[in-house]
Design a protein around this ligand. Structure first.
Ligand SMILES: Cc1ncc(COP(=O)(O)O)c(C=O)c1O
Length: 379
């Protein structure tokens, strides 16, 4: 059997089309009632006291830094095994990123013991990233933050609706940041959400989202207010109603999408657990996950891993690698720190295809070809 298996495939159908057409008919395209509804529905879904839609998660991470008064002279501890946007947000405000290691090849989330080693008198915050939708060790990390009076920012891009000990990802820390980039579980093309428990932070975030202005043009168009003041130097980090309409449909689809992904992950584990050269991370997770990606780790070094990826590509199976460590990038080399587990992970990680409607035949096909590849590229 031969088939093409993308890394990810959108689950859009006529419901997204209809939602966008409704926005067109309303003739209000920028931030407006759809954004309001999306925010309310998202906050209800994760039990967030406050949620604000944004242009993307990078904006959310930047706002998180500003809201928590992080700036020059401050150090922020974060994993290097993340997307570069997590670290860029630290640099936007002139703070220093300090890269902590991940726990193990079985648990690719930030290591609380290494976080503790990174803490100095200048440390202001910890950014956790719930890799693959799987919760970090939040009890230990929260205790550390409390002990050292540090803020916690959650990069929850992978983890919408994931819950650990009755607390949704995004709500363990001071500020939670979500992405709706087109390959995420909840996809709007571009889009993001910031969540928090503190009303003062929320009010400040609202101002920063829209130029520091005290009202939005939609409110003025509705006659709710006639003018505005500008009370701070803000940004244009707004979502618009077209993206919010997509987000609302996607949010409705999300629980079923996550349940289907979970089943495919179980199938991957069952099929691949007997392969000697493979480590399957996150066989044991904390709480419930959003199952954003299925990473596996191949023994034998990066050349072998790359050979296996090429073999899979030759059989029309798309893979990826989450992530090249941030401290390997030119601009982040000056911030490099000794993170041996991250280096080890990066040499063997490969991300296999995963999406809610991929079908068990596709999972079997990927497993068959991966087993073949492991044999044809021996360690
Ligand atoms: C872990 C992580 N952080 C941050 C981002 C940035 O999100 P966005 O593309 O919405 O700005 C992404 C998205 O790719 C991500 O996966």
């Amino acid at each position: 059997m031969s088939m093409a298996v993308p890394l990810f495939d959108l689950n859009y159908d006529e419901r997204e089309e209809k939602a966008v057409l409704e926005v067109f008919k309303r003739k209000w395209l920028s931030i407006g009632p759809e954004c309001d509804s999306f925010e309310q529905e998202f906050s209800r879904a994760i039990k967030a006291p406050f949620a604000l839609s944004l242009a993307n998660c990078t904006a959310a991470l930047h706002l998180a830094m500003l809201l928590l008064n992080i700036g020059e002279g401050d150090e922020v501890i974060l994993p290097s095994l993340t997307f570069v946007a997590t670290a860029n947000a630290v640099r936007y405000v002139g703070a220093t990123p300090v890269f902590a290691d991940v726990t193990s090849l079985e648990d690719l989330t930030i290591n609380p013991e290494d976080i503790e080693r990174c803490i100095t008198p200048n440390t202001k915050a910890i950014i956790v990233m719930h890799y693959g939708g799987h919760a970090c060790e939040m009890h230990k990390i929260s205790a550390l933050a409390q002990k050292h009076s540090l803020k916690i920012i959650e990069d929850a891009c992978h983890a919408p609706l994931a819950v650990y000990d009755d607390i949704a990802m995004g709500l363990w820390g001071d500020v939670g940041c979500f992405s709706f980039f087109s390959n995420k579980n909840l996809s709007t093309g571009e889009g993001g959400m910031i969540v928090m428990k503190d009303e003062a932070l929320f009010d400040h975030a609202k101002l920063l989202r829209s130029h520091g202005m005290t009202t939005l043009s939609y409110q003025r168009a509705q006659g709710h207010s006639s003018g505005y003041d500008v009370v701070g130097v803000g940004y244009n980090y707004r979502m618009d109603d077209i993206h919010a309409a997509l987000g609302r449909v996607q949010l409705e689809k999300l629980p079923a999408d996550i349940a289907a992904r979970k089943n495919y992950c179980t199938q991957y584990y069952e099929r691949l657990k007997m392969e000697d050269d493979l480590i399957l991370p996150f066989a044991h997770i904390r709480g419930s996950s959003s199952y954003y990606i299925f990473p596996c780790w191949i023994d034998g070094g990066s050349e072998r891993r790359d050979g296996i990826r090429a073999y899979l590509k030759d059989h029309s199976i798309m893979t990826s690698m989450h992530y090249p460590p941030v401290h390997h990038f030119t601009v982040y080399k000056p911030f490099a720190r000794d993170v041996p587990m991250t280096e080890r992970a990066a040499n063997g990680l490969i991300t296999l295809p995963l999406y809610g409607h991929m079908g068990s035949e596709a999972v079997d096909y990927v497993c068959d070809k991966l087993s073949e590849a492991l044999r044809s590229c021996p360690a």
